[in-house]
Design a protein around this ligand. Structure first.
Ligand code: SAH
Length: 452
């Protein structure tokens, strides 16, 4: 392939042919591929090249010359500049089709041609769903400012309406920002490693309304911190306030040191009728409405009768295992983070659930031991992070031979890979994408497997 003579900052007209898995428009110049922000299939756009690599490049839309009927125009252009809602320019019904299609592509690439992929289960109201915000804070024009990063950068775009977050969280971020401004607290200056507040993290429990706030600071010496804490806690919905110190200049948001400035150490929320205790570092699903739908679907697919030994692998704070415990004989949760396991045990007690145990460890290690010791498991639920299942775990599964498996996945590519490795031993059911992250390109799926 001859690389055409394209340069950074060059402006050109592009016909968009496809949408990449990241939600970028795909255009070809000769045979060279450009990925174009904010451009849809069927559109002609005027774009500027932002980067050229060896085999492909990136561009940004300056003007849409021919518009797709699937484009949504009523969303503030500011979101197109940030990574917070990269699909917000596409009609929601088309986002759902896009996600279903992406799963089909990943499955057919790996040779799983006969698996049925159902339409994506979407939200009735696909905005304002996130129960958690981690908003970067910077000193901009002499003022502490909150917003979001421009795509592929750490430049802060000041922002007050985050579109996909609970509006009460957006309002709380503004209130906390104004309190910090009042006491002349400085926002972080990344270039010079100066200033203080790097991130404001807010969690709001959807069902109870309880809020947790974590102020992440570069240094611990915040003047007037007692007055600041008092003013933040004056909002009675704020049940928990932490100061976290993170002196490192990396993308990791939370540092090691976490100090309670006021209130309690956790907030409570509910999923499918059970109460859960959430600590600042716990993994907790960010879309409460869809979490219930996702869990219910996964539980239905497990077809429990009350007699099963169930394993809830990658159990976090125990939410899936505890949601289905009353339909099983016994549930064992497996989770690598010790604090999450402690939370899961507490959550079992809190809900008076007695047929669960949660163990600390890697799923692949724990189930390897189970395989060696002839332990039985009738139903295996897995909900791994993006990298999917370890290959040693696939071997253990084939040794233990659970009758049924339910795989919840946040990455269709690793899901397809893992299913292709299990295909000889398991019948693969239909796959249902559940839209946990509207306006973004993230895809969550559920599929049940039955022993052959
Ligand atoms: N099922 C939970 C958590 C899912 S997120 C829920 O719905 O809320 C995935 C979880 O897997 C995280 O809690 C993470 O800490 C844990 N994890 C990551 N790798 C793991 C491994 N190898 N073994 C066990 N748990 C792991």
């Amino acid at each position: 392939m001859e690389k055409p003579n394209l340069k950074k900052n060059q402006e050109l007209e592009l016909d968009i042919q496809d949408l990449s898995y990241e939600g970028k428009g795909v255009a070809k110049v000769d045979d060279f591929t450009l990925f174009v922000d904010n451009a849809l299939p069927g559109e002609t756009v005027k774009a500027v090249i932002t980067r050229i690599n060896k085999n492909f490049g990136f561009a940004r839309t300056l003007k849409v010359l021919k518009e797709s009927p699937d484009r949504v125009n009523d969303i503030d252009a500011i979101y197109a500049q940030t990574g917070i809602a990269p699909l917000s320019h596409l009609k929601y019904s088309k986002q759902l089709e896009f996600k279903q299609h992406q799963v089909e592509i990943d499955f057919s690439k790996i040779g799983l041609k006969d698996v049925q992929v159902n339409p994506t289960l979407g939200m009735e109201s696909p905005f304002n769903y996130r129960n958690k915000a981690q908003v970067p804070v910077r000193q901009v024009k002499g003022q502490l400012t909150t917003g979001f990063y421009r795509r592929r950068s750490h430049d802060l775009v000041p922002m007050e309406n985050f579109l996909i977050q609970d509006p009460k969280i957006d309002a709380e971020i503004i209130r906390v920002r104004d309190i910090l401004r009042k006491y002349n607290v400085r926002g972080y200056d990344e270039t010079n490693q100066k200033g203080q507040i790097k991130t404001i993290m807010v969690r709001r429990a959807y069902f109870t309304g309880e809020m947790m706030i974590v102020l992440v600071s570069r240094t611990p010496d915040i003047s007037h911190y007692k007055d600041i804490a008092k003013e933040i806690l004056a909002n009675k919905d704020v049940k928990s306030l932490f100061l976290n110190i993170n002196s490192r200049n990396t993308n990791v948001i939370l540092g090691q040191k976490m100090t309670l400035l006021g209130g309690k150490k956790y907030i409570d929320d509910k999923i499918l009728g059970h109460t859960y205790r959430i600590s600042p570092r716990s993994f907790y699903q960010v879309n409460p409405v869809q979490t219930q739908n996702l869990y219910q679907l996964a539980i239905d697919k497990a077809e429990l009768t009350g007699k099963e030994e169930v394993v809830d692998a990658y159990s976090g704070i125990g939410t899936i295992g505890l949601s289905l415990a009353n339909k099983a004989k016994h549930v064992t949760g497996i989770e690598v983070i010790e604090d999450a396991v402690k939370d899961a045990d507490k959550n079992a007690k809190l809900n008076d659930i007695k047929n669960t145990d949660f163990v600390v460890g890697k799923t692949e290690d724990v189930l390897n031991e189970w395989a060696k010791n002839d332990m039985s498991c009738d139903v295996l639920m897995v909900d791994p992070p993006r990298k999917g299942l370890a290959s040693s775990l696939i071997d253990s599964i084939k040794n233990i031979q659970p009758e049924k498996m339910v795989y919840i996945s946040c990455n269709p590519a690793t899901l397809a890979r893992d299913l292709s490795l299990l295909e000889d031993a398991y019948e693969i059911g239909d796959v249902t994408p559940v839209d946990m992250f509207p306006m973004t390109n993230h895809i969550e799926c559920v599929v049940a497997l039955t022993k052959k």
